[in-house]
Ligand binder design. Structure first.
Ligand code: AMP
Length: 175
């Protein structure tokens, strides 16, 4: 692991039982507060896609936006938000998926991507993979292709890559 990646890891704190037991929440805010580390984390994603630029970077509500917007800006490509149902103002496509307790619905504007586009999905944490898989299905509903799913953190215990087996997956840090 590079020295900078180790510094990023050291600046992510565990919050036990947040938002409820038995979740150990990965709090990235101490890392975001350090300009060098935030920039390095964004660059990890940018460097993967600077040669073959995607048509858009898809950020997942809400912490995915922090990285996806910066990556899109740096690559000079568009940013697309995938949001929880009821937050986007225009017509949307929707995907509902199962959580451990209950269900969640994600939505994306119907004109956010076009058929044939290649897009990259970005989020902070990969756990079960349900969220990113739903985002990928939204992209596919509109005929676009997921070039890669990128995460700062993968929680291996939840085996989330199984739900994303159809796509290339990159995670900067594994726990
Ligand atoms: P999943 O759908 O199970 O892969 O969960 C991923 C989504 O939930 C991401 O949008 C994460 O921001 C959030 N998430 C899941 N588990 C954690 C965790 N332990 N710490 C912080 N965020 C998490």
């Amino acid at each position: 692991m590079s020295a900078t990646l180790a510094e990023i890891k050291a600046a992510i704190r565990d919050i036990p039982n947040f938002p409820k037991p038995p979740v150990i929440f990965k709090d990235i805010t101490p890392m975001l507060q350090q300009p060098k580390l935030f920039r390095a984390a964004v660059d990890l994603f940018v460097d993967r896609h600077s040669k073959q630029k995607p048509d858009a970077i898809i950020g997942i509500d809400a912490r995915g936006f922090i990285f996806a917007g910066a990556v899109a800006y740096q690559l000079g490509v568009g940013f697309v938000p995938v949001r929880k149902k009821g937050k986007l103002p225009y017509k949307t496509v929707e995907e509902t998926y199962e959580l451990e307790y209950g269900r969640e619905t994600l939505s994306m504007h119907i004109d956010a991507v076009k058929a044939g586009d290649r897009v990259v999905i970005v989020d902070d944490v990969l756990a079960t993979g349900g969220t990113a898989a739903a985002a990928a299905k939204l992209v596919e509903q509109l005929g676009a292709k997921v070039a890669e799913c990128d995460f700062l953190i993968e929680l291996k215990f939840f085996a989330g890559t199984a739900k994303l087996a159809k796509y290339p997956v990159f995670a900067a840090l594994s726990y």
